[in-house]
Design a binder for this molecule. Sequence first.
Ligand code: 5CA
Ligand code: ZN
Length: 416
Amino acid sequence: MHSWPSPPIPSVPGTGVPLRLHDTADAQVKPVAPGEVATMYVCGITPYDATHLGHAATYVMFDLINRSLRDAGHDVHYVQNITDVDDPLFERAARDGIDWRDLGSREIELFRTDMEALRVIPPRDYVGAVETIDEVIRAVGVLLENGSAYIVDDPEFPDVYFRVDATDHFGYESGYDAATMARFFAERGGDPDRPGKRNPLDALLWRAARDGEPSWESPMGPGRPGWHIECSAIALERLGMGFDIQGGGSDLIFPHHEFSAAHGEAITGGRRFARHYVHTGMIGLDGEKMSKSLGNLVLVSKLRDAGVDPGAIRLGLLSEHYRGDRMWTDDVLAIGERRLANWRRAAKAETGPDAADTVARLRQHLADDLDTPKALAAVDAWAADATIGIGSSTQAPGLITAAVDALLGVDIAPRR
Ligand code: 5CA
Ligand code: ZN
């Protein structure tokens, strides 16, 4: 699947700072410590509706990680999937009387234009489930062969399930207790009551063909992939076991990332699917999580159509720390707009205070588990001084412009 065009990424003088990030599994902030090539997998959209501010927040935060790693001298192999075969897609397509493939293509295209407008660096591999069915089939084959999976005793629908006890440390990624696991499993796409399962938590790997649902031929019979195995197979195939960062919103901590990890570990016999599990807090609207199923959405495309500068959306989303749940309000956008205007005004100044210290602080705060409130405050301070004529460095405005672009993905260059 093609992704979207990359924004220009200026290089910034000086040296980047090694990144430290919170890891959900270890419940602490720790160094990412990648090799020359940093490897990152971020769960992509289920394309049945348009990109909302929650998605945008999550992808912008992982974009900052990407930018910080590049700034510290790493090449980044970034993989993102598209869940383009899934129930919500079929249900929405049926409701609207269109083909599920057309619905998917339309929403993926809108997502691309939103990401491009938000200046998100595209993943190197952008892959849909439809394109990787053979990878899933191979993965399920291995799990069946090594006893990690079984076929339910149901001649009509012989679905394949993953044994929750296939690995000996299941649960380490989320750290949730049994009751919490059971609740989230039922709420987030699981099927605890499916007759024939050995344990209510066993996760679907291959769903046997049903009438009216798309299916693909496989040694397990015709069917389609389960959700978690898709992300495991796509990540393993491209990044291998023990890649640096597995990412997504906190709604994916369980069951999705727990099972993606357990599948990967059961397939390879390795200990840890990803070295870091990184999760962003949920963006809400009117006191509730913003979600396609609740319908309380602010769409990136709607804001763009209304003439809102995507740079202001970005700055609005970065104004609070990524790990907390936070609300999207008119105020958040207004703060982003004001900040963008201030920074642009300062970038136009002939001179400003020496920029080296501000750039160093920007790097330092971002490397400290993406402390964006402090990172933005460092630029605010420089901009406030430059705007009132403090400082005599003629290079400073250009340097700050480059650093804000490269590290925060916001374009404040003076318009000609
Ligand atoms: N296709 C799956 C992942 S394999 C999926 O969760 N798709 S999604 O379209 O529902 O969400 C796409 C990404 O946006 C996920 O990383 C999800 O955690 C994140 N996300 C969804 N809603 C919000 C929200 N309200 N705030 C922040 N992030 C969100
Ligand atoms: Zn995923």
